[in-house]
Write a protein that binds this ligand. Structure first.
Ligand SMILES: CCCCCCC/C=C/C(=O)SCCNC(=O)CCNC(=O)[C@H](O)C(C)(C)COP(=O)(O)OP(=O)(O)OC[C@H]1O[C@@H](n2cnc3c(N)ncnc32)[C@H](O)[C@@H]1OP(=O)(O)O
Ligand SMILES: NC(=O)C1=CN([C@@H]2O[C@H](COP(=O)(O)OP(=O)(O)OC[C@H]3O[C@@H](n4cnc5c(N)ncnc54)[C@H](OP(=O)(O)O)[C@@H]3O)[C@@H](O)[C@H]2O)C=CC1
Length: 347
């Protein structure tokens, strides 16, 4: 049994506020994670949870999955769980070094008796030819594709009024067109004749996504795409669903926002009914469930995994203003004016 304790780089962003320490230990078939929050004055264990799949070992033996963005964050947790379930997993994204490092690390989760395997293939999901190559290479390697997880994606934070068309297109191409290309290619090359299951990762865009309007638009479109494909491809035995995570902390997700990262993630906490951030290992079971035979009658659905965040508060602050049009005059407006006059303290 080995233990690794990692002082995460992002901890230093929190100097004066928080220092984040994650300890991960893999022993036998269950791994235990302890996250410790260290403030200037106190140290407390934030939570301890057993990670590792709750599903039956071997559930996905000899099955084959493609996970885009499978080397980091949520995608890495999905990959780890699929591997623990016996699946052959192909992880695909743009950065070869990250892919290779993740494949090396995750291969250590595969026990000697397991049929699982992990393969890293470089692919920019925005590029049609690269997606075609990804699917063709997976079929050459494994001879089948049972599952596709469209997890690769992202955005940058910007007021809509400051977004250039190039920036807008980068986000739409990644999150919407990239998802469409992966679905279409996997379907045409394999699932059309053999069936399969697809999960699309979307976001908490139910009340819009102020500050990241491009991704809100793309994710809402993917939700709708999921419904269309659920109907169009039902007769091929293809099930397709979405998972909508709340605010999920990972090192890579935070680094993407550079110096804003810690601020964005900290700001979200009061708006989450759980009063803490989510973690990638809290998304992967939902994805594995939707891929599994336990979800054999579920298609075209979206599963929110957000601790109720989408029902609760918004981080977006609307400053006090008088810019709104006046209401139409009438007895009710008059009654309100009278009420306000009476409520005003006497001079
Ligand atoms: C309750 C609220 C809390 C919310 C919490 C957050 C919830 C969501 C979290 C996550 O989604 S975490 C996942 C984060 N991971 C990623 O975003 C990774 C993937 N991201 C990217 O690949 C990029 O961000 C991208 C924009 C999608 C694509 O970038 P790419 O590198 O391919 O394009 P570029 O050529 O660099 O840029 C094109 C164009 O886009 C504009 N732009 C890009 N980055 C920024 C930025 N940081 N700020 C402003 N504008 C940006 C810009 O116009 C670029 O063109 P040029 O100016 O470079 O010519
Ligand atoms: N973290 C959160 O709070 C939430 C995240 N999400 C979504 O979940 C997904 C995973 O995010 P998360 O794990 O948090 O963050 P990460 O930044 O760790 O993951 C994003 C992944 O997408 C890959 N990716 C980005 N662009 C492309 C591309 N053009 N082609 C192929 N792969 C690409 C990245 O790899 P590479 O850079 O090597 O290409 C990276 O592995 C994303 O779609 C994200 O937007 C949704 C809601 C909330």
């Amino acid at each position: 049994m080995t233990a690794r304790y990692v002082l995460t780089g992002e901890g230093f962003y929190f100097v004066g506020r928080f220092l984040s320490v994650g300890g991960v230990h893999h022993g036998g078939s269950v791994s235990v994670r302890a996250f410790i929050l260290v403030s200037a004055t106190s140290v407390s264990v934030l939570f301890i949870m057993a990670a590792g799949s709750v599903f039956r070992a071997g559930l996905f033996n000899h099955r084959v999955a493609i996970v885009t963005g499978g080397a980091t964050g949520i995608g890495k947790a999905i990959t780890a769980e699929l591997l623990q379930l016996g699946c052959h997993v192909v992880i695909a994204s743009r950065k070869s070094e990250r892919l290779e490092a993740a494949a090396d690390e995750l291969s250590q989760l595969i026990s000697s008796s397991s049929s699982a395997s992990i393969t890293a293939l470089r692919c920019n999901i925005r590029q049609e030819d690269e997606v075609r190559n990804l699917v063709a290479s997976t079929l050459r390697l494994h001879g089948r594709i049972d599952y596709l997880v469209n997890n690769g994606g992202g955005q940058f934070s910007s007021p809509a009024a400051n977004m250039s068309v190039k920036g807008w297109n980068a986000v739409i191409d990644t999150n919407l067109t990239g998802t469409f290309l992966c679905c279409r290619e996997v379907y045409s090359a394999w699932m059309k004749d053999h069936g399969g299951a697809i999960v699309n990762i979307i976001a908490d865009m139910w009340r819009g996504f102020p500050g990241m309007a491009h991704t809100g638009a793309a994710r809402a479109a993917v939700e709708n795409l999921t419904k269309s494909l659920a109907i169009e491809w039902a007769s091929s035995g293809v099930r397709i669903n979405s998972v909508a995570p709340g605010t999920i902390f990972s090192k890579t997700a935070m680094e993407n926002y550079k110096e804003l990262g810690p601020v964005i993630f900290q700001m979200a906490v009061p708006c989450i009914p759980a009063k803490r951030l989510g973690f990638p290992e809290e998304i992967s079971p939902a994805v594995c469930f939707l891929l599994s035979p336990a979800a054999s009658f579920i298609s075209g659905a979206t599963l929110k995994v957000d601790a109720g965040q989408s029902l609760y508060d918004s981080v977006w602050d609307i400053p006090d203003h008088t810019a709104w049009p006046e209401p139409p005059e009438g007895e009710n407006v008059g009654a309100l004016r009278d009420m306000v006059k009476k409520l005003k303290p006497k001079l």
